[in-house]
Design a protein. Structure first.
Length: 127
């Protein structure tokens, strides 16, 4: 049954990834944490598992966004190239911080982040 739940979480996370550019952190981490415990023991393990899934999910989503119309690609390559080095450094720093934080503090920080992003998207300036 856990594999069926994992499959549904993967499907929803994949759709969210391709549609909104999110999925691992926003969909998969909370879903694994609440619906798959056990075998997922805590939020740290949900985050780590989500990161492994993000790699192929992001590659497939990016390829589809590129192939939709290469002349009008949904990817701005100069911005992507600028983001990559600092995103790599930031992901290393974030993974290091996870080892330093208590599980309850990490859950609160993650929840606060989700609420803040949600409020900004709902009530922030519209572009």
């Amino acid at each position: 049954m856990q594999y069926v739940i994992a499959g549904v979480i993967g499907l929803v996370g994949g759709v969210a990834s391709g549609l909104f550019g999110v999925g691992g952190g926003i969909v998969m981490v909370p879903a694994m944490f609440f619906l798959m415990s056990p075998p997922i023991r805590d939020i740290k393990q949900a985050i780590g598992t989500s990161l492994v899934v993000i790699i192929p999910t992001a590659l497939i989503g990016a390829l589809k966004h590129y192939k939709s119309d290469p002349a009008l690609s949904n990817i701005h390559w100069p911005t992507a190239a600028s983001l990559v080095p600092t995103a790599i450094a930031g992901s290393y720093l974030g993974a290091w911080l996870v080892t330093r934080l208590q599980v309850d503090d990490l859950k609160r920080a993650f929840g606060g982040f989700l609420v803040a992003v949600g409020c900004y998207l709902l009530f922030g300036p519209q572009k």
